[in-house]
Write a protein that binds this ligand. Structure first.
Ligand code: AHR
Length: 653
């Protein structure tokens, strides 16, 4: 192998390797967002999802969700409980959490609820954290209920660690009481924020040093119908007043059944921006472009304003009647930029400031539509992008090319998007592992000068796209590593890349494979996580050309390679994939280097068994192993392990 140290090529985008976050697989509620109570405001549906009466309701005359004189218009529903007169047993309700509640011994959990006393003598309740076998883990009295809505608080400190606990609220006295906004939230959150995020999961993200955070999805941006689309304005402000919305991934399908999947929006746009800042990533929001998911209803927002909305659009499709017009979507985008970057004197900037972030979030990228395609997309993209650019010329716009990898949609879209001067085209590819190895040259011939590539969603699928039997195997991860040598080599046109989906709850997922898995207490990175991390931590600053042995193509004989210079450290960084069951000695000549340091550093992921996976029990069964190696003379000699991904850092002048 020859690395041409004396012929440095394109600069590598410092934000090249990032994160794709979508609330799929319980990634937000039941995952990163650590509220333990499901349906805390009884606004889901609105009803009792997540709740049931103690003892089957034997000690209650009535328990029902009502909405007269609720706490506020956006939080109208609450639960009214009336005890059975003369009942002697426990009367009250319990919440199941998100497939149980994960609690840790000795940690503090803030309980908060609103109550309003009715007829009778109910003066308070006892909050009890109960373990899977019915054992009491913690309890605290909540007292002093009065006649109007009032907030009450207590702290629960469990005596044992459990990931399948639940919360009981046992009434004190007899009569009627109304309750609402019942929250149990760990004090231990990222940066100790009151509405903060789950620490172990944020840590895994931060450890990757991601260049960007794309949010909030994925298909949830689009919704199955336009009325179920993600609307960022509904996700900011007072947490208790954010109304839940059915999740696009609410589904009943074999073991992926999640008919209780809603978005509480406790993790909303403000929190996403804050998360991006916390982990040092550029925020990259993706907004709905006036199209519902084309795999579902495909509803279209009429073009123009409500009064000027045209009939059938250019593509011949008739827009759904009564849907908001495109101008509303465009205005949402303009207001979002103001929310993120505007001064306190601007209407939306003021909302950010009121939420506790006076400084701007420095939003630079905006995604217009997720995985959208066809003329319907292009005709909506055009006025959308034009309006954003007119007001915010510096904003970098990420456009969509629909699902790949067949290439056809992408080719059609990117031509027109090039004419429209989109900065990025978002390509998605979910395909078999061999596709990733065979397509390492995908961008070698991609037209320069047009939109750059944002490989916004990709992951090798061990069985088939959408198969519930897909696994996060080493075969998938090593194939992604091989493919990424092609992204890196083409860093002049590939500006950003992110694996997808990011998170999955082991007890409530709809899509596999996923980068990070967790239960209610623990988490681990898949082999794909460590591949992404190695790329991100070793992205370097400038591409260096690599010539393969005997002039072979990259990937020939299952050897894949790319190289970058890391100018601040003065190192040459090589990525090498040996997709073969034999060790492979390589001699790497660093052409043009004036001198090499004596010791190089290696990070190696290797497993003879391509089916190797990590798990909650063995979270680092396959993770990078660090070592050093001696460099003698002008050539680096190194033996690549069977089925391995190796990163070598060689000091070079
Ligand atoms: O990552 C899972 C889904 O795959 C995303 O929601 C969507 O954009 C793509 O089809």
């Amino acid at each position: 192998l020859t690395v041409q140290v004396n012929k440095p090529g394109a600069a590598v985008n410092k934000n090249m390797y990032g994160l794709f976050f979508e609330d799929i697989n319980f990634a937000a509620d039941g995952g990163l967002y650590p509220e333990l109570v499901k349906n805390k405001s009884f606004e889901i549906d609105p009803g009792l999802i997540g709740w049931k009466a103690l003892g089957g309701g034997f000690n209650l005359d009535a328990y029902a969700v009502r909405n007269e004189q609720g706490i506020s218009a956006s939080n109208a529903h609450y639960l009214r409980l009336t005890t059975r007169s003369g009942a002697t047993g426990e009367a009250g309700i319990e919440n199941e959490g998100f497939r149980g509640m994960g609690v840790k011994a000795g940690e503090a959990y803030n309980l908060s609820l609103y109550a309003r006393r009715g007829a009778g003598s109910i003066s308070g309740l006892t909050a009890v954290l109960v373990g899977a076998k019915g054992e009491v883990l913690a309890q605290a009295p909540v007292t002093g209920f009065g006649e109007g809505w009032q907030q009450y608080k207590a702290v629960l400190k469990p005596t044992a660690t459990q990931n399948k606990a639940h919360l009981k609220l046992v009434l004190t006295g007899q009569g009627t009481v109304d309750v609402d906004v019942i929250s149990l939230f760990p004090q231990d959150t990222w940066n100790h924020r009151p509405n903060g995020l789950r620490t172990d999961l944020v840590q895994l993200l931060k450890d990757m040093q991601p260049g960007f955070l794309r949010f909030p999805g994925g298909c949830i941006v689009e919704g199955r119908t336009l009325s179920e689309r993600y609307q960022w304005k509904e996700t900011i402000g007072d947490v208790a007043s954010r109304s839940p919305l059915i999740n696009r991934w609410n589904m009943e399908f074999r073991h992926r059944s999640t008919p209780d999947y809603y978005q509480s929006f406790g993790l909303g746009f403000f929190e996403y921006f804050q998360l991006a800042e916390d982990i040092g990533a550029e925020p990259l929001p993706i907004l709905n472009v006036g199209m519902a998911c084309q795999f579902n209803s495909g509803e279209l927002a009429p073009m123009g304003t409500a009064s000027t909305a045209k009939g059938p659009n250019a593509s011949g499709a008739t827009p759904a009647t009564g849907d908001p017009s495109l101008d509303i979507f465009i205005q949402d985008a303009l207001d979002l930029v103001e929310f993120a970057n505007g001064p306190a004197s601007s209407p939306w900037g003021a909302k950010r400031v009121a939420m506790g972030h006076p400084a701007p979030f420095n939003l630079k990228y905006l995604g217009v539509g997720n995985e959208q395609w066809g003329p319907q997309y292009l005709e909506r993209y055009e006025p959308f992008a034009k309006a954003v650019k007119a007001k915010y010329p510096q904003m970098q716009i990420v456009s969509s090319a629909g699902p790949s990898p067949d290439g056809e949609l992408f080719d059609k879209a990117s031509k027109r998007l090039g004419e429209l001067k989109a900065e990025y085209v978002d390509e998605h590819y979910y395909a078999k592992p061999e596709w990733f190895r065979e397509n390492v040259g995908r961008y070698d011939k991609y037209a320069r000068g047009g939109p750059k590539i944002f490989a916004g969603e990709y992951a090798a699928q061990s069985v088939a796209i959408g198969s519930p039997d897909n696994k996060n195997t080493w075969d998938c991860a090593i194939s992604e590593a091989a493919f990424m040598t092609g992204l890196e080599r083409n860093a002049d046109v590939v500006g950003m890349a992110s694996y997808a989906p990011l998170f999955a709850n082991v007890d409530a997922w709809q899509w596999t494979p996923d980068m990070i898995w967790f239960d209610n207490l623990n988490s681990y990175g898949s082999p794909s996580y460590y591949v992404q991390k190695l790329y991100a931590l070793n992205k370097g600053t400038r591409v260096l050309p690599v010539t393969m042995p005997a002039g072979a193509k990259n990937g020939a004989d299952n050897l894949f390679a790319s190289a970058v210079a890391d100018e601040p450290t003065g190192e040459v960084v090589l990525k090498l994939v040996n997709y073969s069951s034999s060790p492979r000695p390589v001699a790497i000549s660093l052409a043009g280097a004036k001198g090499l340091g004596k010791t190089g550093r290696a990070q190696v992921m290797a497993s003879a068994d391509l089916q190797t996976q990590n798990s909650l029990q063995e979270p680092k069964k396959l993770a990078p192993q660090a070592s050093t190696f001696a460099v003698k003379g002008a050539t680096v000699s190194y033996t690549l392990a069977p089925n391995s991904f190796t990163v070598l850092r060689v000091p070079a002048k």
